[in-house]
Ligand binder design. Structure first.
Ligand code: PLP
Length: 394
């Protein structure tokens, strides 16, 4: 057995079922294992590696920082954090301020805390409920998990954070029933990721915005997976023509380094004072310098046009695959789901043999979330390999 795999299996908590190869390097949209085998990456480390691998500007930024401190602490000012905050606020029409975190889950936790303090400050006790939706995934920490209605993830860890209720995603009546004056926040993904690549309908987003206004609750968008260019807009909510109160981002923001960001309006920021919330690592100078490069590059209109065009091309090519197992292709930009009538995991496993990294979203949705720099030629290659795999698993 490969020595790395042996060490992993002996010493690491077995919370993941990893395939039998060891990744060692990458370039562009390609990853390489320790035997030199190349994999076309349609996963990007679960929607993280937007700029692919070996990006020269990211490498230069890292080199510039190599001999400087990676951490000062949130106790002190540092220039890269302030610069990134300004860039994010500039790129986000509704947002006045940002609070940095280390991950998506942590960002959602912060959003819940901000919402509860905001409601308590303005409306007194009792307005503490949070509404989330069927199919949602908001993370694995206790609060985020409480808003992630999947028994497999929740049951072993109960009791969870109280005060979360659920409504059906994309169902206006169900949302209207759940959102009342006791609610301080409604959280949703504009495009559900883990739940199977389901975009919110226009009417649903607008209705949730109206309901949250009517009942004085904050509309919190979880753009941890669908944000930062993934859907072809910088933020996935933009085409809906609404403005949220809070937006959580994470995965691709710092090119693979851990980061989270909670963007808020001034009226939310107003209730948060020194000592209310904090974290040791978030907003450090190294990670925020890298994120500044990512946000500048991805928010550029030519970059976003590339995502729109390549995404549309990938969707079209997937729709052309002649397989009885494909029931439909959905999603936005380079966040696509292929609905299959067969389990998707054997396909993912067969992909390893054929040099392609694929991912599921649920049991029967093939999720395609490649690096945003993927070219049409690489899309062609990916689609050819997927078509071959579909014939093979028949
Ligand atoms: C929409 C969404 N929210 C939150 C999370 C949790 O993020 P993290 O794993 O960084 O804690 C994820 C992770 O997949 C996600 O897709």
């Amino acid at each position: 057995m490969n020595r790395t795999i042996e060490l992993e299996q002996q010493n690491v908590v077995q919370a993941y079922a990893r395939p039998p190869f060891v990744l060692e390097d990458g370039e562009g949209v390609w990853l390489q294992d320790s035997s030199g085998k190349q994999y076309l990456d349609m996963v990007s480390g679960i929607a993280v590696n937007a700029l692919g691998y070996g990006d020269p500007e990211i490498a230069d930024t890292l080199r510039d920082h190599a001999s400087k401190p990676f951490h000062y602490s949130n106790l002190y000012h540092s220039e890269p954090m302030a610069r990134l905050a300004a860039r994010l606020v500039d790129a986000t029409p509704f947002a006045d301020r940002v609070h940095f975190q280390n991950s998506g889950s942590e960002s959602n936790e912060a959003a819940f805390k901000f919402a509860r303090k905001w409601a308590r400050t303005h409306y007194g006790e009792g307005k503490t409920n949070i509404v989330a939706f069927s199919g949602a995934f908001h993370g694995r920490t206790m609060g985020a998990l409480a808003a992630t209605p999947r028994p497999k993830y929740q049951e072993p860890f109960k009791p969870l954070m109280p005060g979360v209720r659920f409504a059906e995603f994309n169902n206006l009546e169900s949302a209207a029933e759940a959102i009342d004056d006791s609610v301080c926040a409604v959280i949703l993904e504009p495009v559900q990721g883990e739940g199977g690549i389901y975009p919110a309908s226009n009417e649903f987003m607008v209705a949730v915005r109206e309901l949250t206004r009517k009942h004085n609750a904050l509309m919190v968008l979880d753009e941890v997976q669908c944000g930062v260019g993934r859907t072809g807009a910088f933020w996935a909510y933009e085409p809906y023509g609404i403005l949220p109160d809070v937006l959580c981002a994470a995965k691709p923001l710092a090119a693979g380094l851990p980061i989270g960001a909670v963007l808020v309006t001034e009226r939310v920021a107003d209730v948060i004072h020194p000592g209310d919330h904090g974290t040791t690592f978030a907003g450090g100078p190294l990670v925020t310098s890298i994120a500044d490069v990512v946000v500048r590059r991805v928010s550029d209109s030519d970059f976003l046009t590339h995502v729109q065009e390549t995404g549309a091309y990938l969707k079209e090519r997937l729709q052309e695959i002649n397989s009885p197992h494909i029931q439909g292709v959905r999603g936005r930009g380079l966040m696509l789901g292929v609905q299959l009538d067969i389990p998707v995991l054997p396909l993912v496993q067969a992909g390893y043999e054929h040099g392609i990294l694929l991912l599921n979203a649920g049991s029967d949705v093939l999720r395609l979330i490649p690096p945003l720099i993927v070219t049409k030629a690489e899309v062609d290659l990916a689609v050819d390999r997927i078509a071959t795999l579909l014939i093979q698993v028949e």
